[in-house]
Design a binder for this molecule. Sequence first.
Ligand code: BTN
Length: 326
Amino acid sequence: MKTRILKILRNSDEYISGQSLCNELGVSRTAIWKYMNQLKEDGYIIEASQNKGYKITEYPDILTEAELGSLFENEYFGNKIYYYDELDSTNNMAKKKAEDGASHGTLVITECQNGGRGRRGKKWISPSGSGIWMSFILRPEIHPYTASMLTLVAALAAVSALKKIGGLNCNIKWPNDIVVNGKKVCGILTEMSSELDAVNYVIIGIGFNVNTTEFDEDIRTIASSLFLETGLKIKRSQVVADFAKCFEKYYKIFIQTQDMNGLMNEYNSLLINAGKEVKINNIKSEFIGNAIGINERGELLVKKQDGSIENIMSGEVSVRGLYGYV
Ligand code: BTN
C-alpha cells in the first residue's frame, strides 16, 4: 500500500486529496493518514493541507521496497524486491532466495554489506549510505556456457543508467567494470547454479559507488564514486530504477539470440580498452597485445605482437592497461 501511495504522489506535481487516495486505493481516511505518518518516519517530507490534500516535497535517499517499487515500471525486473538494512552479501542472500524458488527478476538489495564480494576472491567494501549493493535473480532458458555474457549485458545497462546523470564520461573496461574518468565506479559479480546443459538461476550482483567520499589507500588510485566524479549527491533509488529498466531492455535483446549479436556494437562503442595496449593475465599465461573489441560470444579479441588474434574469455583473467588500471 505504501508503494501505491508513493507512486500516486510521485507522479503528480499537484496536491492529491485524501478522498481521491481513498477512492483509488479502496481504504479509509484513517488508513491513509497512518501510511502518511509511516512515510514521514521513513524520511519523506509531505505537505498536508486541509483543503488540497497531500504532496511530497522531499524524498529521502533510501532503497526500501516502497521507494523502489514506486519507481519501477518493468515487466519482470524488480517485480519482487527484498530490502535489508544489512547483509553479508546480496549475492549470498539472492542465492538463498533463488534456492527457495524466487522468480525471474527478483531483486535483493541492502543498505550495507559486511561481507561484500568482488571478482576473483576480492573483498568489495560496501558501507552504509554511500552505495548501491544489489543482486538480481535471473532464470534464463539458455545454455550455461552463454551465461557469462549476462555480465556484459548488465555492464551495458549500468552505463546506460549512469548516462542519465548529466555529463558523465562513462565507459566499460572489459568485461564488466564501469569506469568514469578512468576510475572504477561500479563492479559486477555474476554467479550461477546450473546442470550440465541447463541453467537453474543466475545471480547478477552489482555494486555502484554513489556518494562515497573516501576510499582505502590501496584502491584510491583506481576506484571512485559518482559523487567524487560529478560533485553531485545522487539519489540512489533513481539509479537502481534506471538500471533495472535498462537491464530488462538489454536482457530481452540478448535472450533473442542468446549471444551479444544485437548488443556487440553498442558494447564496443563504450569499450575503454578498444585500440589500447593491454596486459592479459590468466592462469596459463601473461601477454601484451592490442585490444580490438568483443565478438558475438562476448570474448575480447586481442591482437598479439606476432599479428595473431587471441579470443579472451572472461573468468579468471585480468586485463590491465600497460601503465595502470585502463
Ligand atoms: C568486482 O568488480 O569485483 C565485482 C564487484 C561486485 C560487488 C557487488 S555489491 C552487490 C553484490 N554482492 C556482493 O557481495 N558483490 C556484488
